[in-house]
Design a protein around this ligand. Sequence first.
Ligand SMILES: [Fe+2]
Length: 230
Amino acid sequence: MTEAVFDRRALLAATGLMSLASALPAAAQPAAPVAFSPQPLPFDPKGVPGLSEKLLTSHHDNNYASAVKRLGSIRADIGKLDFATAPNFAINGLKREELIAWNSMILHELYFAGLAAPAAPSAGLAQAIERDFGGHDRWAGEFSAMGKALGGGSGWVLLTYSRHDGRLVNTWASDHTQTLADGAPILALDMYEHAYAMDYGAKAAGYVDAFMKAMTWAEANRRFATATHA
Ligand SMILES: [Fe+2]
């Protein structure tokens, strides 16, 4: 029995709560690790205008699926790590790679969802875009320009709802880890070269224009409603 447990039991006995203490589990056990598995594409990759089946399938099967599998491996290694004795570089490395892979999975699922079921912005989301950007066209111009500005590099453009400020904002990311703290991303544009090079070569602007024509709002509507409790 550890000193901490002894002290806790002594305190509970002194306060007449020993019967309650005996009903508690001896020691809390961590929940079983979450099993990560790649989700299928939420649309027919043959039917997205401007983005080929070969590109979308490669993006899903290679980049997205490998991030999900990598996350599972990293989480397994973290589960085996003795944090009391592990060197700082091991802790830092695993937790950094966990965040990279985890956000890559999340953002890719959001990206693909934005190419799924056709839908217009909900009334609430359309009003928020009008309020926070001055209209749909101004939002689209900013979002598109940010994507093109990342051409030749890599990263994400994210339409994000800031819970802190209660407003929508387009946020910039040069890698998977850069997201607005307390933000809820509702639409994602992948600007890594693997998202377009197969179809557009180095012409990132052509890919951004194709994405802006192909993207839909069903998932954004759902996430906006959740983020705002609408
Ligand atoms: Fe990607």
